[in-house]
Ligand binder design. Structure first.
Ligand SMILES: [Zn+2]
Length: 456
């Protein structure tokens, strides 16, 4: 079956919406409009009373992740199963070589982890974790292979973090190649000094993670990146921005002409620092960097999305088991593997808490969950919209369907759910990836191997 006909949907893109039909053939959208004729051999999906969105794009995930002495739990099959179950049909993974690996070796490793296992499409942001004499040649080849974005860490001293010399060199190369550099912005020196002080005072629980990375630490990281972006002229993208102080630094830079895009995460909109203060070490489930913030930041971030100050919504998906991995830091919060699982439920949560509450409109919903990431990272209009010629990545969304989130029903390979017991209304009922139905009546039916690495 290579012809798919979606009938009578409320078709929504970042620019417009209309009630009509969508015809797809051989992985692509062929036409959209009112009362189109369905070819005789087409599979017909009736979407009366339902929305049709372009497949959602998560700009920031970790699938294969050796980190803090362990590995994130998902592989490409479990991660992409979770992704499509939630309507995400494309994601970006951070390719994060260790200091011992070259860029070429790291890129090969990450590609091999994904090959033949994915139900949906994916791309990488190429981690620049060291910038030695070989790096420029290798990075040029990786960009040529279709990976047109870098990832750098200003935090994680001694692991992924790079020096200022390396930062300047990487951004200079990025500017020359015309690629966007995504950046984790926190000041690593302040973090390590605060960690040392807290531990010396016997403050070892997960609730102290926040105190080691207060908002000013993130704002300083953003300020630092902005200065380097301004002086090199390189376009940059701040990942996982969490608070007002950091947003102010980014907006100030934007006013000076710095080419900066901003991502926040679903968890910063809906969770806050009290989650990481839950008793009996449960707070460890919510340890991530930057940390969950004071609740007052949530309305600022929602407003930033609504006003277009913040461009994208990601997850920084990084699942570590509560029973066996988070306890690595039971006596020392600096050793708790950072991250939460969220890839599966990002868009469902955004719908219930963003669209249904009236915080954002339908166009903003599509823009921040799909279209903007496609535009920033060179996938538009192949991905991120519903138009003739675009890939047939589509989500039929049932606004009446309800669910309760929980560890027992998730597809993510991890032993807890960060939003356990949350009740949602509005779910994907059908999802297609390049014209193939991968979710049917809410059930994942896609097969590993259909997903491809996207060359950009
Ligand atoms: Zn990340």
């Amino acid at each position: 079956m290579s012809t798919l006909f979606i009938r009578n949907a409320t078709v929504v893109t970042a620019d417009t919406h209309f009630v009509g039909d969508v015809l797809c053939e051989n992985e692509k959208i062929i036409s959209t409009g009112l009362a189109l004729e369905a070819p005789a051999d087409a599979e017909i999906l009736d979407a009366t009373g339902k929305f049709l969105f372009p497949g959602f794009i998560d700009p920031h995930t970790h699938i294969y992740l050796p980190f803090m002495g362990t590995y994130a739990k998902d592989d490409y099959t479990s991660a992409t199963t979770a992704a499509v179950a939630g309507g995400t049909t494309t994601f970006f993974e951070m390719c994060c070589p260790s200091k011992a690996e070259t860029a070429t070796e790291g890129f090969a490793t990450w590609q091999a982890k994904a090959a033949g296992k994915a139900l949906c499409d994916y791309s990488f942001h190429m981690g620049v974790t060291r910038f030695d004499a070989d790096a420029p040649t290798q990075l040029r080849a990786i960009v040529k292979a279709g990976i047109k974005s870098f990832k750098i860490f200003l935090a994680y001293k001694g692991a992924f973090g790079i020096t200022d010399d390396e930062l300047f060199a990487a951004l200079t190369l990025a500017k020359e190649l015309g690629v966007v550099t995504t950046a984790h912005c926190e000041n690593e020196t302040v973090i390590s000094e605060l960690q040392r002080r807290l531990l010396a005072e016997g403050k070892t629980g997960p609730e102290w993670h926040y105190e080691s990375r207060p908002p000013r630490v993130e704002a300083e990281g953003v300020h630092h990146l902005m200065s380097f972006a301004e002086t090199t002229g390189a376009p940059v993208y701040i990942v996982h921005l969490s608070c007002r102080e950091a947003l102010e630094e980014a907006i100030q830079a934007r006013l000076r002409g710095v080419n900066v895009r901003i991502e926040t995460l679903i968890q910063y909109l809906l969770l806050d620092k009290t989650d990481a203060e839950r008793p009996d070490f449960e707070g460890a489930k919510y340890v991530m960097s930057p940390p969950l913030r004071e609740k007052a930041n949530q309305s600022i971030l929602w407003n930033g999305l609504r006003q277009g100050l913040i461009d994208t919504l990601g997850t920084d998906h990084a699942p570590f088991d509560f029973a066996s991995q988070k306890p690595m830091g039971r006596k020392d919060f600096t050793k708790i593997p950072n991250g939460i699982p969220a890839l599966e439920d990002r868009v469902k949560l955004l719908w219930t808490h963003g669209v249904r509450t009236g915080r954002i409109d339908l166009q903003t919903f599509v823009a921040i969950a799909s279209t903007n990431a496609a535009k920033i990272f060179g996938l538009f209009p192949r991905k991120g919209t519903i138009a003739p010629g675009s890939d047939a990545d589509l989500v039929i969304w049932d606004p009446e369907a309800t669910t309760t989130l929980g560890v027992s029903t998730q597809h993510q390979n991890v032993d807890y759910h960060a939003f356990e017991g949350w009740e949602l209304q509005g779910l994907p009922s059908y999802v297609t990836v390049r014209g193939r139905v991968v979710v049917r009546e809410g059930k994942v039916v896609g097969e590993p191997g259909w997903g491809r690495m996207l060359e950009r």
